[in-house]
Design a protein around this ligand. Sequence first.
Ligand code: ZN
Ligand code: ZN
Length: 107
Amino acid sequence: MAKKIATKDEREHMSKVASLGCYVCQRPAQVHHIRPIGLGIGMRSSHYDTIPLCQDHHIGQFSIHNCKQQFEAMYGTEKEILHNINKEIKNMEQVNDLFNFYATKEK
Ligand SMILES: [Zn+2]
Ligand SMILES: [Zn+2]
């Protein structure tokens, strides 16, 4: 399955997601794409439906890819994690907007 090429906005979003650090342990993170529920084969997951996980929690022995059931039992489902991450990103964007607002006023 060919990967969809991320637009500039999507890349920016994913770098924000990664900058939050691993959802579980706050170590440097890579982005994990949530598999959309209820979509047929061939539907691509969105680059906006991403959560930050370090290598261990992403693809390690005890990770969302290798031990999904245990992982979700301990840390919440992908959807719950995504919800929390999106909330954090929103907060971050609001702070940035405020900062930009005052920064432009200074001139
Ligand atoms: Zn981690
Ligand atoms: Zn992944």
